[in-house]
Design a protein around this ligand. Sequence first.
Ligand SMILES: [Zn+2]
Length: 213
Amino acid sequence: MWAKRCKAYHDKAQEKIPKEKRQILFGINQGGIYEDLREKSINELLKLNFEGYSIGGFGMGETIEEEFKIVKAMRKIIPEEKPIYLMGIGTPTEILKGIAEGIDIFDSRIPTQSARRGTLFTSKGKIKILNEKYKFDESSLDENCKCFVCKNYSKAFLRYQLMNDEPIGKRLAMYHNIYFLTKLIEEAKKKIKEGTFDEFLKKVEKEYAEPKI
Ligand SMILES: [Zn+2]
């Protein structure tokens, strides 16, 4: 099995490196939307005792329900002290739902790819900036966002740049979406400490249920 060879090689290579500089290795769970295959995969990986586990193979067109059915099932099997990384997941709702299920790490092309295509995350949900209605909209992209883009540029400006395929428009849009997600996670951490995370998740889920055009 590839994971076994990889782990053996990694362990050997790490022996030469001082402890504080060592890398950790995650085992990657696969099996699509099939719970039995996912279980088989994770049980094999657990035998190798990785430092953490990744749930891979999502973001391929499955529904959010199918995805979280697997996440819940894996969460039950993976020991609590092992960090879990949900690969390829990156919408505000999915990230918060992931946190609610005990996921620790995310990565995704969604915030930057969506930005380049004109889908922007805001505190009131998703907006499609290329829509005609923003053509003369001089308001800030998100009045509740303190990022450089929201402080300095209007919706109309961003729309114009993206419509004309200008690199600056793409960069500004990507900057905002990444800033937005970073703040969302900070907010989530705060809500967990305050004990109000469930309400926060529901609020964001509601805002993001329907894309605002
Ligand atoms: Zn912003």
